[in-house]
Design a binder for this molecule. Structure first.
Ligand code: COA
Length: 186
């Protein structure tokens, strides 16, 4: 069982200048990871990143985090795992072609922003689970129509499952190799 933890960032933290705002987002993400580790029965680490900003795994603990202005999320596991959280809101329409291939667009049930962010968060979560960045976006492909609860994708021929959690306009995706995901708000 994976325990994904979401933490809301208080309104008064959202208006502070950029550097301090990022520090608070990262602090909230670290709290989410602490809580995920405790619920999973794994050690609470220092959640360090390497020089490229990629999470450092220690003591057999894999982890992933995501943070936006209003929310942070974290998940800890004994196998590779990725998490992404996004606020569902209109973006540049050109992102559709950037994120979704022509074939993937035929698999998507609607052309709306809620659908776009299912694909976007799923791909981000799979990329993070593979410890790579957006330069590998095209190596990540949807294999079937996503449902409200999940999606299946391949990354370089390897199959990944994604579990979604939606609450109001916040959408979170966890990428894994086959696990139940429990969601917690801390
Ligand atoms: C860094 C990236 C992995 C995710 O970035 P993001 O969605 O903007 O931000 P998130 O908060 O969800 O994730 C950032 C976290 O991912 C982790 N991360 C960074 N590089 C990573 C990698 N190669 N593998 C796994 N995790 C990584 C880090 O912990 C980072 O948090 P930190 O900066 O506090 O250390 C990468 O995909 C990226 O550059 N994304 C840009 C997003 C973008 O352009 N979005 C516009 C379209 S909607």
């Amino acid at each position: 069982m994976l325990h994904a933890v979401l933490i809301s960032i208080p309104d008064n933290d959202r208006s502070v200048p950029g550097r301090e705002r990022m520090r608070r987002q990262r602090e909230a993400a670290a709290q989410a990871l602490d809580e995920s580790a405790r619920r999973t029965g794994l050690p609470v680490l220092r959640w360090e990143r390497d020089a490229a900003g990629v999470p450092v795994f220690e003591q057999g603990v894999c982890w992933s985090l995501s943070h936006k202005t209003s929310v942070a999320a974290g998940v800890v596991a004994t196998r590779p795992v990725g998490i992404d959280v996004e606020v569902i809101e209109p973006r540049n329409p050109g992102l559709w072609e950037y994120v979704a291939s022509a074939r993937e667009q035929t698999l998507l049930p609607h052309r709306d922003w809620a659908t776009f962010f299912r694909l976007w968060t799923a791909k981000e979560a799979v990329l993070k689970a593979n410890r790579v960045g957006l330069s590998k976006l095209d190596a990540c492909r949807l294999v079937a129509s996503p449902t409200l609860s999940g999606a299946a994708l391949t990354f370089e021929q390897s199959l990944w499952l994604v579990t979604f959690f939606a609450s109001e306009r916040i959408l979170t995706a966890v990428a894994h190799k086959g696990a139940e995901v429990a969601w917690h708000r801390a």
